[in-house]
Design a protein around this ligand. Structure first.
Ligand SMILES: [Zn+2]
Length: 251
């Protein structure tokens, strides 16, 4: 037992919670921060605008800009060992900043904004297809949800048309926080069977699209669903015995 505890504290040495600026403002393209730790191509900061891979949304890419003007490319962003810790993964050839060093953070905004629009589009589409969600993924050029549903109930033209009608309502999205207990009392909020929202931190973040959707989500979304612009259904296919995959792109 003592050995296990020791091993755990060793593996998390240096890991720290990072102030997650994207959680309150998904539109931050740049911010200043200070290096907390930097080793083996991994940088942790005191605060960040880089979203770490999670909930089907890829990690951000971008740059850490030193005071000298040197731009250190961030190839990917991942969650760390402790809650709210974020690891900025540098490309192998990049230089390493020093602990305590002040940096300017820049994310690849066109890529992130495409991810925000597609991610928000999946929330809307999940209300058009009424079935349990068994999986999902977002990339900068397309996104998909998997449903546990009979193939005969999925019609591409209907899904596209009804999703775009909802998007055209142009409602503002809202972030809502509830306690773990409140979420446990509302199991109907959790549509995704494969990804349960993280419990244990005491509170859970929800995305509300008034009149359309309310579900736990830690990702980045557009402020108004009108920004999605509209979607196209690329294809619908069977993925295994129970999964039916609906793939979309921005119109
Ligand atoms: Zn979301």
């Amino acid at each position: 037992m003592a050995l296990a505890k020791g091993a755990y504290s060793h593996s998390t040495r240096g890991a720290m919670a990072t102030e997650l600026l994207f959680r309150d403002d998904a539109y931050l393209r740049t911010a200043t921060a200070r290096v907390a730790t930097a080793a083996a191509g991994i940088v942790e900061l005191d605060r960040t605008i880089f979203y770490p891979l999670g909930g089907g949304q890829p990690g951000d890419v971008g740059w850490l800009v030193r005071e000298s003007g040197e731009r250190i490319p961030v190839a990917d962003t991942r969650k760390g060992d402790v809650p709210d810790s974020v690891r900025h993964l540098l490309s192998p050839v990049a230089g390493l900043p020093d602990p305590g060093e002040p940096l300017t953070l820049e994310i690849d905004w066109p890529r992130r904004y495409a991810l925000m629009r597609l991610h928000s589009a999946l929330h809307v589409m999940s209300c058009v297809v009424v079935a349990p969600v068994t999986g999902g993924n977002i990339s900068p050029d397309k996104a998909r949800l998997d449903f546990d549903i009979d193939m005969s109930l999925l019609d591409a033209a209907r899904i596209e048309g009804e999703t775009n009608e909802l998007i055209a309502r142009g409602v503002a999205t809202e972030t809502v926080w509830i306690t773990d207990e409140e979420l446990d009392a509302r199991p109907d909020l959790v549509k995704t069977m494969s990804v349960q929202p993280p419990r244990g931190a005491g509170r859970v973040r929800l995305l509300r699209i008034p009149g359309i959707d309310l579900q736990p989500c830690g990702g980045t979304h557009v402020a108004n669903i009108a920004e999605i612009g509209g979607i196209r259904v690329l294809k619908i296919k069977s993925e295994g015995r129970r999964n039916r995959r609906v793939e979309i792109a921005l119109r």
